[in-house]
Design a protein around this ligand. Structure first.
Ligand code: NAD
Ligand code: DAU
Length: 348
């Protein structure tokens, strides 16, 4: 059986990718390697945990000996690398942990893959999952393309940009067969409630204030997470080696407009009077180095691989809200303990 390693498969996007690969590729053994940090949660993938082609491994990509032994033991033919520290605000308070996981951790995986694939790169693939934030900030117009120069502004995006550069460098220098995708903001089930949409859903449920950074006129391009998983599957199997593909939702929203829509939909779902949740909106101190606008030109992946988003924002947001409302236990579990400390230090 072909062995495929997916890193970060207990996280938000990773859990959707692991599920898709386990269900769609019964002839591949899918290994999910995850350190189970605060963001990793095996409850995200209980439905596939007993599948015969699935193996979970708890481990840290920063641990070089562990990674080398793992690659020697299993001789993976493909790697999909999603494990990362992923929250911009946390990168502002603790940048070094982002260098450790996102840069050193990626380097460890690259070195291990290069070693076991030496002299036999044919048919192998290292897929690095990256972000549109590496391109920096757009003004009022324009879109990020695959040739937009890198210009990261946060420690998070700088660490992701650095890892992207190393992946490319390993392709050029050692012939490592890689692909990179740079995707826009994801949303959907299993999103950790430190990020805008799930944080605000949780705060609306619990009637806490909704902390909008700055004037709320920042713009993001939102993509439903399952559409991202479809794109990742397609690029992994059909993308060209040494290529980058941008992935986006063709779906730009100013934060404040998105928050108002969310409040409206939550009022309906919770049977509250119209306008009740919007009263929770509170403008707070801005995020330092806050990027004004992200928007992706996803025409390359559309033309070359035929991918486009299939879920409209209205449908995706409703499915997301419904998921949180019917998974109260999940939400309670992830917002107990350490979360309270994080919340207090970030918002009080
Ligand atoms: P997440 O924070 O929800 O999950 C990250 C996962 O990685 C967690 O399961 C965590 O336990 C694991 N992890 C963290 N450090 C690790 C380590 N040292 N060793 C092993 N595992 C470790 O992240 P996400 O939002 O699902 O993002 C996944 C990937 O997609 C990241 O590389 C991120 O940069 C990228 N990305 C995210 C978005 C988005 O909107 N969320 C958009 C574009 C790209
Ligand atoms: O663009 C892709 C990126 O999207 C990913 O690479 C990151 O991993 C992911 O976290 C996300 O980054 P953002 O910083 O765009 O997402 P976040 O949900 O943190 O914030 C979205 C917008 O909402 C941003 O303009 C900041 C704002 N915001 C966020 C929070 C958490 C608020 O106004 N208030 C908040 O409390």
């Amino acid at each position: 059986m072909k062995k495929i390693l997916i890193t970060g498969g207990a996280g938000f996007i990773g859990s959707h990718v692991v599920r898709r690969f386990v269900n769609n590729y019964p002839n591949c053994q899918i290994f999910n390697l995850d350190a189970l940090t605060y963001a990793g949660n095996l409850e995200n993938i209980t439905d596939i945990q007993d599948a015969p082609n699935y193996t979970f491994i708890k481990g840290d990509i920063v641990d070089v000996d562990f990674i080398n032994d793992l690659f020697q033991k299993h001789q993976f033919e493909g790697v999909l690398h999603l494990a990362a520290e992923s929250h911009v605000d946390r990168s502002i308070t603790d940048p070094l942990s982002f260098v450790r996981t996102n840069v050193i951790g990626t380097m460890n995986l690259l070195n291990a893959a290069k070693t076991i694939w030496a002299g036999a790169m044919e048919g192998k693939r290292f897929y690095h999952v990256s972000t549109d934030e590496v391109y920096g900030s757009l003004g009022a117009t324009g879109l990020f393309t695959e040739t937009t120069p890198y210009d990261p502004n946060s420690p998070y995006s700088a660490s992701k940009a650095s890892s992207d550069h190393f992946v490319r460098a390993y392709g050029e220098t050692y012939g490592l067969p890689y692909v990179i995708t740079n995707c826009s903001n994801n949303y959907g089930p299993n999103h950790f409630p430190e990020k805008l949409i799930p944080l605000f859903i949780n705060n609306i449920i619990t009637k806490k204030s909704l902390p909008v950074y700055g004037d709320g006129n920042y713009t993001r391009d939102w993509l439903f997470v399952e559409d991202h998983a479809v794109a990742i599957d397609l690029v992994f199997h059909e993308g060209k080696n040494h290529e980058t593909y941008n992935i986006g939702g063709f779906n730009e929203w100013k934060n404040i407009d998105l928050v108002k829509l969310l409040c409206q939909q939550m009022d309906e779902k919770l049977g509250r009077i119209e306008g009740e949740s919007a009263k929770l909106i509170t403008y707070v101190k801005d995020r330092p180095g806050h990027d004004l606008r992200y928007a992706i030109d996803a025409s390359k992946i559309n033309k070359e691989l035929g991918w486009k988003p299939s879920v409209t924002f209205e449908e995706g947001l409703e499915r997301t809200i419904d998921w949180y409302l019917s998974n109260e236990a999940w939400l309670k579990n992830v917002t107990s303990g350490e979360y309270a400390k994080y919340y207090y230090s970030q918002y009080q």
